[in-house]
Design a protein around this ligand. Structure first.
Ligand code: SF4
Length: 281
């Protein structure tokens, strides 16, 4: 399927429009105690809940390996319990509408993937359905995404080639150009190129790496254990700065090198989408 984004992300501005790019770390001791690198997204969510700016947060949580589920978080304790198991790059659309229509959700933050950010942004801009649930979304945070896997065929490949059983996989992360698969007996590193054929076909035509339709985009900084935060409008920038001034996160302007790296990856993804789209037409 050719993504709508193919036609609207300008290769001249592959990261979309933004106000600032920050490198950020969680300062909140409750997150640091749990030993997770970065953690700035978690800290911002804590800030938004504790300051009662929102009442709920909708995220993906890894259930098992690559599989995910939609999850509504209502308390800071639930966020802290879930540190490390959420913010994963997993596709989830099933259940999203149901969660948003729930009466417990009134003013929410959505944390998801660029394609989901696009879907929600379009719903907010052009509400078409009678039961428009997008008005409940106060803030959209998109995680950087290079693609998600066609789960069954990917797991079958890992099992056949590396004798790692799907049931033993505890997490899958993309680290630079490698896939780091943690399982109950250890770790496995595979080059991303090797498993490219197992990406969802829709992902191969998707040009959006950072989530240009989000209010805030977030991903791992290439230089450090920090989180890269991109603020795309004044409200998002104020949230990041307020979270910093209240001591939840530390922020500094990202260096030119770090921004260039994110631009390069964004451009790589656009070029990949052009390549695959050209095979379809
Ligand atoms: S690559 Fe694009 S379509 Fe695939 S999961 Fe990521 S954002 Fe969504």
């Amino acid at each position: 399927m050719v993504s709508f984004q193919s036609f609207i992300i300008d290769p001249e501005y592959p990261m979309g429009m933004y106000i600032h790019v920050y490198e950020a770390e969680a300062k909140d001791s409750r997150i640091k105690e749990r030993g997770k690198a970065g953690g700035a997204v978690t800290a911002i969510l804590l800030y938004l809940l504790e300051e009662k700016i929102v009442d709920t947060i909708i995220v993906a949580r890894k259930k098992h390996g690559l599989r995910g589920e939609t999850y509504v978080v209502k308390t800071p304790e639930e966020i802290l319990e879930a540190v490390g198991s959420i913010w994963s790059v997993v596709p989830y659309t099933l259940g999203l509408k149901e969660k948003l229509l729930s009466p417990e959700v009134k003013k929410s933050v959505f944390v998801g993937l660029p394609c989901q950010a696009q879907f929600l942004r379009q719903m907010k801009m052009f509400p078409l359905l009678e039961s428009d649930f997008s008005s409940k979304i106060y803030l959209i945070i998109s995680l950087f995404c290079m693609g998600t896997f066609a789960i069954e065929s990917f797991l079958s490949y890992v099992h056949t080639s590396y004798r790692v059983s799907p049931d033993d996989i505890t997490s899958v992360e993309i680290v630079k150009d490698k896939l780091l698969i943690k399982h109950v007996k250890g770790e496995l590193t595979i080059s991303v190129d090797e498993v490219l054929p197992y990406l969802q076909h829709g992902c191969l035509t998707c040009p959006d790496y950072t989530g240009v339709f989000a209010d805030i985009s977030a991903g791992r900084s290439p230089e450090s254990e920090s989180t890269l935060l991109i603020s795309r409008n004044k409200m998002a920038d104020k949230i990041i700065r307020d979270a910093a001034s209240k001591g939840y996160i530390g922020i500094r302007e990202a260096s030119v090198k770090v921004i260039d790296n994110a631009i390069e990856k964004s451009r790589e993804k656009i070029l990949r989408s052009y390549k695959y789209v050209s095979t379809l037409i």
